[in-house]
Ligand binder design. Structure first.
Ligand SMILES: [Ca+2]
Ligand SMILES: [Ca+2]
Length: 175
C-alpha cells in the first residue's frame, strides 16, 4: 500500500512537472515575435544617351548608372536594353557596374529606347526615352550665329567728320 502510494505521488509529481514544462514552452512560443523581414522596394530605372542624337552609324552609349535602389547598390542591380523599342530585348541581363552599353542604328528613325532594371529581390522598373536618328546623307540647315565687333554705333552718335562729305555736283545754270 505504501509502495503504491509512493508510486502514485511520483507519477503525480512527474505529470505536474511535465505540465509545467509544457506550459512554459507554450508561453515562450506565444511570446516570441516573428523575425522582422525588411520590406523590399522596387528600383528606379533611369539612363543617359551619349550623344543625345545622331545619324545612322553613330555609336550611341547608353549609361544606366542614374538608376538606383533603396536596398541594393548599382553593382547589385541587373539591367537589360531594348534599343529599338520593338518589344524584343536586345541584351541579356547585364551588370550596370560594367559601364555603359553601346549600339548603332542602321536606319534613320525615331526609336523608343527601353531600359529595365531589376533588384536582387526580383522587383523591376522601366524607363523609356526617345532617340532621334537622322539620315547621314541628308543635308541639314546650318545654325546661324552672328556677332558684330565692335558693336554698331547709331548714326546720330557719329561725329560730323564721319559723315560722308561728297559734294553735290553743281548743275550749270542757264544764262
Ligand atoms: Ca529594392
Ligand atoms: Ca529590340
Amino acid at each position: 500500500m505504501k509502495r503504491s502510494l509512493r508510486r502514485l505521488s511520483l507519477t503525480l509529481l512527474a505529470s505536474t512537472m511535465m505540465l509545467a514544462l509544457f506550459l512554459r514552452v507554450t508561453a515562450l512560443a506565444g511570446s516570441a515575435t516573428p523575425p522582422q523581414t525588411p520590406s523590399n522596394t522596387p528600383p528606379t530605372a533611369d539612363f543617359t544617351i551619349d550623344p543625345p542624337q545622331g545619324v545612322a552609324g553613330t555609336i550611341f552609349f547608353f549609361d544606366p548608372s542614374p538608376s538606383s535602389d533603396n536596398e541594393d547598390s548599382l553593382a547589385w542591380l541587373s539591367v537589360r536594353w531594348d534599343y529599338d523599342g520593338d518589344g524584343v530585348w536586345d541584351t541579356t541581363w547585364l551588370n550596370p557596374g560594367n559601364g555603359p552599353s553601346w549600339h548603332t542604328y542602321n536606319a534613320p528613325g525615331t526609336y523608343q529606347v527601353k531600359l529595365e532594371v531589376k533588384d536582387t529581390g526580383g522587383l523591376t522598373d522601366m524607363k523609356v526615352k526617345t532617340l532621334q536618328v537622322g539620315d547621314p546623307g541628308s543635308n541639314t540647315p546650318p545654325t546661324a550665329r552672328c556677332a558684330v565687333t565692335p558693336p554698331l554705333v547709331p548714326p546720330e552718335r557719329r561725329s560730323p567728320s564721319a559723315q560722308p562729305t561728297a559734294a553735290m555736283p553743281k548743275t550749270p545754270r542757264r544764262p
